[in-house]
Design a protein around this ligand. Structure first.
Ligand code: ADP
Ligand code: MG
Length: 476
C-alpha cells in the first residue's frame, strides 16, 4: 500500500486523539489538513500563524514522536499557513523536535521621524514622564471575566499570548474584528489590564480611533503634529479600538502609519479592533492594510447557546446576583444577537424585578423580553447618566460634583450613582471619582439609600423608574 499524506496524517491523529484532551484535539488538530508527502517530509496546512505557533509551543514533541513513528527518525514536518482566508499561503517548516519561529518581518520606515523633546501628552496632563501615562483602561475588562467559547477561542488565546509577551510574539499587530457587542473592546482592554498587572513598568495605552483622530486634528490645528506622534511613540502596548473610523480620516492615517512603523520596529505591541475584516476596510490605505497582515487577524463570532449561558452565569456571579436556572436558559435562548444585548436583557430583568418588588421568574422574564425591543448597541457612560439625571431634575451639572447638601441635589447625585452602578461597568471607585472625588463607600451608601427610598416614597420610585427607562433607551 502506498503511503499518502492523508494516510500518514490519519495514523498520527489516531495516537494524538488518545493523548490530547478532546476539546484541544478539536481545536488544534481537526482544522489541520495534510497536503503533501515527499519522502520523509509531511506538509500540512494550518489556518493561521497563531495556529502554527501554538502547535509549536504546545505540541511539538507529540508531533515529533508520532511522525517519527510513521516516517522514521529523519521525519520532517512542514507547514503551510493560510493568510486571509486562503488567498496567499505562506510556507514555513519546523525541524523536529524543536525549532524557532521562522518568520522575519520585512519592514521599511516610510517616513522616519526624529524624536525631539519634550513630548506633549495629548491626554492632557502636561510634562509627563513616560511611566506616568494613564493607560485609560477599565479594570473590569479582564480575561477572567471573558468567557471562552468556540466563538472567541483563538482571539482570546492570542490575546493572552500577547499579554504575556507583548511585542515579542508574531501576533503584531493583533487585529480583532467582529460585529458589535461581541467582545472586541473587552479582549483588547483585557490585554492591557493583564500587561499592567504582570508587567507594571510597561507603558500601556488604550484609545479609540475616534479619540485618536480628534487628538490628531487638535494637534494639527496647533501645528503640533510632531508632538502628537512622539507621544504615541513612547508607548509599549498601544491598543486602538474601532480602527474602522480611520477610513474617513486620511491625515490621521498618515500619523497612525508613522506611529505604527516606529512601534513595530522597536518591538512594541499593537492591538487593533475593527468592526469588519481588515480587507473590507474601504478607505484604509493599502500600506496600512498590508501592515495589519504582518500579525494575526482573528474574528469574534456570536456565542452559541451554551456559551451564552456561561456568560450570564459568570456575570451574575460577579455581580452577586441570583436567578433561577430556567430563567437563565430562557434569556440565553432568546437573546442570540450579541453579548451586549444579553447583558442588557439581564439588567432590564433585574431593574424590573427590583422596581416592582418581584422575584425573577420565568413569567417576568417573558414579559421583560417581550418589551426588550433591540437594546444597547451603545455603551453608556457615567457622564451620559449624570447629564440625563440633571436634565430630568433640572439641576446644574456642577452641583452634582460639589458638596451641596440641598435635598434635590443630593437625590439627583444618589440616583446618578445608582444608575451608573447598574448600567456601566465602572468600579465603585471610578464612579465615586466622577462625582467630585468621592470614595467608594459613598457610592455604596447612595445605592442603598436609593433602594430604601424606592420602598417608601412612591414619587421617588416613579422618578427612578422613568430614568431607568430613559437610560435603557439611550443605550439602544
Ligand atoms: P464590542 O467592542 O465588540 O462591541 P464589547 O467588548 O464592548 O463589544 O462587549 C460588549 C459587552 O459584552 C461587554 O460588557 C463585555 O464585557 C461583554 N462580553 C462580550 N463577550 C464576552 C464574553 N465572552 N464573556 C463575558 N462577557 C463578554
Ligand atoms: Mg467596542
Amino acid at each position: 500500500m502506498t503511503r499518502t499524506a492523508e494516510s500518514v496524517w490519519s495514523n498520527c491523529l489516531k495516537i494524538i486523539k488518545d493523548i490530547v484532551e478532546w476539546q484541544h484535539y478539536k481545536t488544534w488538530f481537526e482544522p489541520i489538513q495534510p497536503v503533501e508527502l515527499n519522502n520523509n517530509i509531511l506538509l500540512i496546512q494550518v489556518p493561521s500563524q497563531f495556529f502554527f505557533e501554538y502547535l509549536e509551543e504546545h505540541y511539538i514533541s507529540l508531533l515529533a514522536k508520532t511522525l517519527k513513528r510513521e516516517l522514521g527518525k529523519n521525519a520532517r514536518l512542514e507547514y503551510r499557513i493560510m493568510v486571509d482566508s486562503g488567498n496567499s499561503g505562506r510556507k514555513g517548516s519546523m525541524d523536529l523536535p524543536a525549532s524557532e519561529a521562522r518568520y522575519t518581518h520585512y519592514n521599511e520606515m516610510d517616513f522616519p521621524l526624529v524624536i525631539n523633546n519634550p513630548v506633549k501628552n495629548p491626554f492632557v496632563i502636561p510634562g509627563l514622564k513616560k511611566i506616568q501615562i494613564d493607560p485609560q483602561l477599565n479594570s473590569s475588562y479582564t480575561f477572567d471575566l471573558f468567557v471562552e467559547g468556540d466563538c472567541n477561542r483563538v482571539a482570546r488565546r492570542a490575546g493572552k499570548t500577547v499579554a504575556e509577551k507583548p511585542g515579542a510574539n508574531s501576533f503584531n499587530p493583533l487585529v480583532i474584528y467582529g460585529g458589535t457587542g461581541l467582545g472586541k473592546t473587552h479582549i483588547a482592554q483585557a490585554i492591557g489590564n493583564e500587561v499592567k498587572r504582570t508587567q507594571p513598568h510597561k507603558v500601556v495605552l488604550y484609545v479609540s480611533s475616534e479619540k485618536f483622530i480628534n487628538q490628531f486634528q487638535d494637534h494639527s490645528r496647533n501645528n503640533a503634529i510632531n508632538d502628537f506622534i512622539h507621544f504615541y511613540q513612547l508607548i509599549d502596548v498601544l491598543i486602538i479600538d474601532d480602527v474602522q473610523f480611520f477610513a474617513r480620516a486620511e491625515k490621521s492615517q498618515d500619523a497612525f502609519f508613522a506611529i505604527f512603523n516606529h512601534l513595530h520596529q522597536s518591538g512594541k505591541q499593537l492591538i487593533l479592533t475593527s468592526d469588519k475584516p481588515p480587507k473590507d476596510l474601504d478607505g484604509m490605505q493599502e500600506r496600512l492594510l498590508s501592515r495589519f497582515r504582518w500579525g494575526l487577524s482573528t474574528d469574534l463570532q456570536v456565542p452559541d447557546y451554551e456559551t451564552r449561558i456561561v456568560i450570564l452565569e459568570r456575570k451574575m456571579k460577579n455581580d452577586g446576583l441570583e436567578m433561577p436556572p430556567e430563567v437563565v436558559k430562557y434569556v440565553a435562548y432568546n437573546i442570540s444577537t450579541n453579548v451586549r444585548e444579553l447583558e442588557g436583557a439581564l439588567i432590564s430583568l433585574l431593574a424590573q424585578s427590583s422596581l416592582n418588588k418581584r422575584e425573577i421568574d420565568l413569567e417576568l422574564a417573558k414579559k421583560v423580553l417581550r418589551n426588550f425591543v433591540r437594546t444597547s448597541s451603545k455603551e453608556i457612560t457615567i457622564d451620559t447618566i449624570q447629564k440625563m439625571v440633571c436634565d430630568f431634575f433640572d439641576v446644574p451639572y456642577e452641583k452634582l460634583l460639589h458638596k451641596t447638601r440641598k435635598r434635590e441635589i443630593v437625590q439627583a447625585r444618589q440616583i446618578s450613582m445608582f444608575l451608573a452602578k447598574g448600567f456601566t461597568k465602572n468600579s465603585l471607585k471610578t464612579i465615586g471619582e466622577h462625582f467630585g472625588g468621592r470614595d467608594h463607600t459613598t457610592v455604596i451608601h447612595s445605592c442603598q439609600t436609593v433602594k430604601n427610598l424606592m420602598d417608601t416614597d412612591t414619587l421617588f420610585k416613579e422618578n427612578v423608574l422613568e430614568l431607568t427607562q430613559k437610560v435603557q433607551l439611550a443605550a439602544m
